[in-house]
Design a protein around this ligand. Structure first.
Ligand SMILES: Cc1cc2nc3c(=O)[nH]c(=O)nc-3n(C[C@H](O)[C@H](O)[C@H](O)COP(=O)(O)OP(=O)(O)OC[C@H]3O[C@@H](n4cnc5c(N)ncnc54)[C@H](O)[C@@H]3O)c2cc1C
Length: 380
C-alpha cells in the first residue's frame, strides 16, 4: 500500500519552467513539492545544450514582451542568488526582408511596448555585427539591445537550488505516473506514494501530453549543431551577435550566436511545422550521416567566419502547440490542474516568468500580465 503525503502544491517537472515555478511558489511561503524523473540540468528534455537565445522584442507575439521583461528580472535575481552570470546581456540582431515575419514581428512587438530597437541597413549590420557580413542587399536588421544568451543547465540548477533554499521539497529520480484532480484537490501518483495537494502545476515539457492528454502537444526530435571558427577567423559572440535571420538568397530562417569563451558557435535552422510526433521516451539520440548537411549548407552560404562542417551535434526535444504559443493556466474545470509548457522552440527565455505565472495561477493571485493568449483551453 502506497503512503500518502500532503502539501499545498506539487510541481511535476523540474526543467526550465517547473524549477522556476517551484522557486516562485516556495518563495510565497507555500508548502511545495517539486518532482522530476531526472536530476535538474539533465540532457533528456528540451532544455540542455549550453545556451538559449534571449530576446525582449519577441517576434512570436507582442504579448510575450512583458513576460520576457519579467523573466529578465527573475534571471538577474537568480544570477545574484547563485553567484553566476546566467544571462549574458549582449544585444542581438534580427535580419530579413522588410515585411517578413522576422522583421515585422519584431517591429510590432517593439512598437506596442515602446522598446528601444534600432533599424539597420546592411552596411550598419556589418559594422554592428561583422560576422553577419553576408546579408542580401534588400534585407534590413533590427537591433534588440535587450537580447542575449542564457545558460540553461546552470539556470535550471540555480532555480531548483533557490526553490530548495526557500523551503521546497525536491524529489528527483522518480516518475509521476498519473495525476487526478477532483473538486477537493489533486492526487499525484508516484511508484512509492501518493501526494495529495490543493493544486498541481504540470511542467513536464515534451511529456506534458502524456500526463494531461487534453493538451495538443507534438514532441519533436531536433538536432542542435555547433561550428568552429575557420582558421584565422574570429567567430566570437562579440562579432556574431545573437541572431535570427534569413539565409542569403533564401526564405529560410536561421538562429544562433557566436562562440562564448572556450566554446563553439551555435547555429540552427528554423523549426516551423508540420512535425511528426515523436515519443519523448523513445527519441533516437544518434546523429545519422547526412542529417546535418542542410544546416551545414546554410552556414557555408551565410557565415564567412565559420567552418561549415559541424563540430558537435546533440539531440533535443521541442514540444509544439498548434499555434506556436505556450500553454499556461488551468486546463480543466476544477481549476486545480495547472499546466505550464508547450515550448514551441522559444520558451526558455520566458521560463522564469512562466514559472511565476504558473505560481500566480496556483496561488490564486492576479497575473502580472495579460496572458489569455496562453490559455491552455483555447484549442477546445
Ligand atoms: C534545440 C532547441 C533550441 C531552443 N532554443 C531556444 C532559444 O534559443 N530560446 C528560447 O527561449 N527557447 C528555446 N528553446 C525552447 C526551450 O529550450 C525549452 O524547450 C523549453 O524551455 C522547455 O522547457 P520545459 O520546462 O517546458 O521542459 P523541460 O525543460 O524539458 O522540462 C520538463 C521536465 O519534466 C520532467 N518530467 C516529464 N515527465 C515527468 C514525469 N512523468 N515525472 C517526473 N518528471 C517528469 C522532465 O524530466 C523534465 O525535467 C529551444 C528548444 C530546443 C529543443
Amino acid at each position: 500500500m502506497a503512503g500518502e503525503q500532503t502539501t499545498d502544491v506539487v510541481v511535476v517537472g523540474l526543467g526550465a519552467i517547473g524549477s522556476n515555478a517551484t522557486w516562485r511558489l516556495a518563495q510565497r511561503g507555500l508548502r511545495v513539492i517539486g518532482i522530476d524523473q531526472h536530476e535538474p540540468g539533465h540532457p533528456w528534455g528540451g532544455s540542455h545544450g549550453r545556451t538559449r537565445l534571449f530576446r525582449v522584442a519577441c517576434l512570436e507575439h507582442p504579448g510575450l514582451v512583458p513576460i520576457a521583461q519579467r523573466a529578465r528580472e527573475l534571471w538577474r535575481e537568480l544570477s545574484a542568488l547563485s553567484g553566476q552570470e546566467l544571462l549574458l546581456e549582449t544585444g542581438g540582431i534580427m535580419i530579413g526582408p522588410p515585411g517578413s515575419r522576422i522583421i515585422e514581428g519584431t517591429l510590432t512587438a517593439a512598437r506596442e511596448h515602446d522598446l528601444p530597437v534600432e533599424q539597420l541597413t546592411p552596411e550598419q549590420i556589418a559594422e554592428r555585427a561583422p560576422g553577419h557580413a553576408r546579408v542580401d542587399p534588400g534585407d534590413i536588421g533590427v537591433w534588440d539591445p535587450d537580447a542575449g544568451v542564457l545558460r540553461p543547465e546552470a539556470a535550471i540548477v540555480a532555480a531548483a537550488e533557490a526553490a530548495r533554499a526557500a523551503g521546497a521539497e525536491l524529489i528527483t529520480g522518480q516518475r509521476v505516473q498519473s495525476i487526478e484532480a477532483d473538486s477537493d484537490g489533486v492526487t499525484v501518483r508516484l511508484a512509492d506514494r501518493d501526494v495529495r495537494a490543493d493544486r498541481v502545476v504540470v511542467a513536464a515539457g515534451p511529456w506534458l501530453a502524456k500526463l494531461v492528454p487534453s493538451i495538443p502537444l507534438t514532441p519533436h526530435r531536433y538536432v542542435m549543431t555547433w561550428f568552429r571558427a575557420r582558421d584565422g577567423h574570429d567567430a566570437s559572440l562579440d562579432r556574431l551577435k545573437v541572431f535570427i535571420r534569413s539565409a542569403p538568397g533564401s526564405d529560410e530562417w536561421m538562429w544562433g550566436h557566436g562562440a562564448l569563451p572556450g566554446d563553439l558557435a551555435k547555429v540552427g535552422d528554423e523549426f516551423d511545422g508540420p512535425f511528426e510526433a515523436d515519443d519523448p521516451d523513445a527519441i533516437d539520440r544518434e546523429i545519422h550521416p547526412g542529417e546535418t548537411d542542410h544546416i551545414a549548407g546554410l552556414v557555408g552560404a551565410t557565415f564567412k567566419d565559420l567552418e561549415p562542417e559541424p563540430a558537435e551535434q546533440v539531440t533535443c526535444i521541442m514540444a509544439h502547440t498548434p499555434d506556436g504559443q505556450f500553454v499556461v493556466g488551468p486546463s480543466d474545470d476544477t481549476g486545480r490542474l495547472i499546466v505550464a509548457g508547450g515550448c514551441s522552440g522559444h520558451s526558455f527565455k520566458h521560463a522564469s516568468a512562466l514559472g511565476e505565472l504558473a505560481a500566480q495561477w496556483a496561488h490564486g493571485e492576479e497575473l502580472f500580465t495579460e496572458a489569455s493568449f496562453l490559455d491552455p483551453r483555447r484549442f477546445g
